[in-house]
Structures are given as structure tokens and as C-alpha cells.
Design a protein. Structure first.
Length: 243
């Protein structure tokens, strides 16, 4: 990624751990639509990091969005709810930086997979959110062995052994978002099956302004690729919030 094309780029801490950091990009020019807070997935695994979200940064900056790409503590040595607490703490610092940098406009979460889970659970920190194939039911992730047994690997216990942990980590079991929400799902996704997202959409529809965009022949990783077909409609949805 050519950071010169993107404008200013800095890595800023929001805590003392090396993973408590976010990268900030500001678009060139005076017009900034708002700030997009990117939260990566990877099924809570330590080896997967915020670089997963880098491909969409250039796309969003070119469209006039400032970007904060968040890292958070993960892996079994950072047990639940540490990842969720980190995202919440990061947003507080991002809002403070936005005020210092005179970045106006909405703060919109964009989370993929577990990143979508973390955004949904912290939706009250945002003005709107985009969840790309979000993890919405961690007990089902465990029961279905999704992500190569990711829930067993991370939580180290079953839903029967730690029911409160699985409930608190599942957006479908928590209060629905009170901000405009876009769910984006590929119908060829075998990491977060479409039925999970559709069931979650049905759950929150009575109280949440929610849109669900589904795409044929689109898999899990393709959702974070800048050339994916969903971006035109996703950007239109985001930009409508700034009018």
C-alpha cells in the first residue's frame, strides 16, 4: 500500500500492550466524510492481524473516509471479553483523535467475521455499522466446528461449561444495535454460513434499522477484498449517512 497516496498514516496506541494500537489514515484534501473504524476477523487467532483489512483502506480513503484500522488482543492468552473491551477502548481514543484532527461526520464501524462480532457488541460506540459476514452466535460456531474448531480453541470450554461467556460473546443473545446497521453476506461463505447472518437479521429487525445485502458466488475472504462486488452498494449505504 502506498501511504503517500493515502495521505497521513500513523500508528497510535490506546493501551500499553503492543496489540493495543490502531493505524490512522487521513484522506488528502479538506473534505472528509467521516471516520471508518476497521476491525479485522481471524476467529480470535493471534496470528491474524489488522493487515487483513489493509486492502480496503485505499478504497475508503479515495472515497473521502478517514480510517482507523484497529488491532486488539486475541488468542487464548487474551480470554473473553478482552477483545471486546479493547475495541471499546480503541473507539474512545479514536474519537479523541478525531476531535483533535477536526474530523467531523459519523463514526462507522466496518467489521469482518469476528470483527463484525466485536462491532455489533459495541454498536453503541458508533453512529452506524457495517458487519461483513459477522460472527453472531458463538455457541453455533462451537457446535458446528466452524473456523476449524475456532471457538473450542479460543474459549477453551464448551457452551455447557461456560454458558455466560458464550451468551455475552454472541450478538444474537445481546441487545440489538440501536444504530443503522448493514449486514453483508456472501452466499458461498463456509466460515460464517449465510443462515447465521439471516437469522441474526430477523432477530434484530423489530428494533434496528437494518439492511441485509446478500451476494451469490461470494465467499468469506472476498468480502474484505477491495474489488469485491459488494463495495458499490456498501459505499452508497455509508455515504447516504453523510448527506
Amino acid at each position: 500500500m502506498n501511504t503517500e497516496e493515502l495521505g497521513a498514516q500513523r500508528s497510535l496506541p490506546y493501551g500499553n500492550d503492543e496489540d493495543q494500537v490502531f493505524d490512522l489514515w487521513l484522506p488528502k484534501g479538506n473534505h472528509i466524510r467521516g471516520i471508518a473504524v476497521l476491525v479485522h476477523g481471524g476467529y480470535w487467532r493471534r496470528r491474524l492481524d489488522r493487515s487483513l483489512m489493509a486492502p480496503m483502506a485505499k478504497l475508503l480513503v479515495a472515497d473521502g473516509w478517514a480510517i482507523a484500522n484497529v488491532e486488539y488482543r486475541r488468542g487464548p492468552d487474551s480470554p473473553w471479553p478482552i477483545p471486546s473491551i479493547d475495541v471499546r477502548t480503541a473507539v474512545r481514543e479514536i474519537r479523541a483523535v478525531a476531535a483533535t484532527e477536526s474530523i467531523s461526520g459519523p463514526l462507522i464501524f466496518i467489521g469482518h467475521s469476528v470483527g463484525g462480532q466485536l462491532c455489533l457488541l459495541n454498536s453503541d460506540c458508533s453512529d452506524a455499522l457495517v458487519a461483513l459476514a459477522p460472527v453472531t452466535d458463538t455457541a453455533r460456531v462451537y457446535a458446528e466446528g466452524l473456523g476449524d474448531g475456532a471457538a473450542r480453541e479460543y474459549f477453551q470450554q464448551s457452551p455447557n461449561e461456560a454458558p455466560d461467556v458464550y451468551r455475552s460473546s454472541s450478538p444474537i443473545c445481546c441487545a440489538p444495535p440501536e444504530v443503522p446497521t448493514l449486514l453483508v453476506q456472501g452466499n458461498d461463505d463456509d466460515r460464517v454460513p449465510p443462515e447465521h447472518t439471516m437469522r441474526f437479521a430477523d432477530r434484530i429487525r423489530p428494533t434496528t434499522v437494518v439492511d441485509l445485502h446478500c451476494f451469490e458466488q461470494l465467499g468469506h475472504i472476498e468480502l474484505i477484498e477491495a474489488g469485491s462486488e459488494h463495495w458499490d452498494s456498501t459505499l452508497r449505504w455509508m455515504n447516504a449517512l453523510t448527506l
